[in-house]
Design a protein around this ligand. Structure first.
Ligand code: HXC
Ligand code: NAP
Length: 279
């Protein structure tokens, strides 16, 4: 289904599309014929990504400096986008995160992450949704969450709270807006090295190595793998998938959850030695 014109005629907005996974998804969308709009707070980063994308794909890319924590700014930017033609697909990808012990978080620290991930995703989704509904148009929202949206995670409390909320938004609106022709899905990535995430979450080399090799597949994800899934879920060919969250983590979270997963440390000799005892 990944033919060159799969997304021709589709206008796609990716929040946080100037860096990391947002940039990788944007590039793939352009390769498959989409028109791309990216949001972020740093204009020079957006401009450079837009330049790179156009040079590499020949596609149409525009960008808007927009802090998605500001609902008025989000609405103004959506208005500016719609003035040049309606959007077809929104990708809620922008995020903020850092490692911290929960008891040391200030109110501002909590608000900084919830504001970007939870409120920001809601503002963008509602700003697009109300325009789709008013015009009687079909719409499509893909949100990038994490596997700890349902497991929770120590040391990233505001992010875990916010991602759980974005998943709940996806499931809630999939039902409420399904009858209006708007579908919403999510992707839960495992470890995908990016400058933004690695500098904040695994800044030391040993931690990074453990994080990257822990998945049962023994490696981190590749950006192109995530980008293909992001294409698959927004394509019209997948029009019956609604309210779903697809995990792409090499089996990482299941390994963390399985009670006996820790036995991967045992060698074959250890297993043989234990044979008489485990009958
Ligand atoms: C405790 C911290 C902190 C830390 C910041 N704060 N870092 N508190 N531990 N490590 C506190 C600050 O002291 C301040 O509180 C408050 O948070 C806001 O900080 P600012 O720097 O003023 O905020 P701002 O400039 O708005 O930046 C937001 C940010 C920043 C979230 C703090 O990191 C950011 O811009 N991030 C965007 C990109 C990003 O995070 N990418 C990674 C996504 S990765 P006080 O009280 O002092 O004012 C991801 C992966 C998930 O989500 C899963 C991985 C597998
Ligand atoms: P990243 O490069 O840091 O991406 C975050 C993007 O969000 C940046 O482009 C940033 O741009 C933008 N952003 C942050 N605050 C914003 C705001 N207030 N308004 C507008 N844009 C804002 O990190 P990444 O690793 O690619 O993460 C992308 C997504 O994948 C996130 O949702 C993250 O939670 C998710 N994810 C990543 C991993 C991983 O292993 N990398 C794993 C699970 C989930 P500006 O700073 O210029 O605004």
């Amino acid at each position: 289904m990944f033919r060159d014109d799969l997304l021709k005629g589709k206008k796609i907005l990716i929040t946080g599309g100037g860096t990391g996974l947002g940039k990788a998804m944007g590039r793939r969308y352009l390769e498959l014929g989409a028109e791309l709009v990216i949001f972020g707070r740093r204009e020079e980063v957006l401009a450079e990504t837009a330049r790179e994308h156009s040079a590499e794909t020949g596609g149409t890319v525009s960008y808007h400096r927009c802090d998605i924590r500001d609902p008025q700014a989000v609405d103004d930017m959506m208005e500016a986008i719609w003035a040049e033609g309606p959007l077809d697909i929104l990708v809620n990808n922008a995020a903020g995160n850092f490692l911290a012990k929960a008891e040391e978080l200030s109110p501002n620290a909590i608000n900084a992450v919830l504001g970007i991930v939870l409120q920001g995703s809601a503002y963008c989704t509602l700003a697009a949704g109300k325009r789709w509904i008013a015009a009687g148009r079909e719409g499509n929202v893909l949100s990038i969450v994490t596997t700890y949206a349902w497991t929770g995670s120590a040391y990233v409390l505001p992010s875990a709270m916010a991602k759980a909320g974005v998943l709940a938004m996806t499931q809630s609106l999939a039902v409420e807006w399904g009858p209006k022709g708007i579908r919403l899905n999510a992707i839960a990535p495992g470890p995908f090295p990016t400058e933004g995430a690695w500098s904040r979450l695994v800044p030391n080399k040993d931690l990074a190595e453990e994080f990257e090799t822990r998945p049962p597949l023994g490696r981190p994800g590749r950006h192109d793998e995530l980008a293909q899934l992001a294409v698959f879920l927004v394509a019209d060919e997948c029009g019956y998938i609604n309210g779903e969250c697809v995990t792409i983590d090499g089996g990482d979270w299941l390994k963390g959850a399985g009670q006996f997963s820790f036995l991967h440390r045992m060698s074959d000799a250890d297993w043989d030695k234990m044979r008489p005892k485990r009958k």
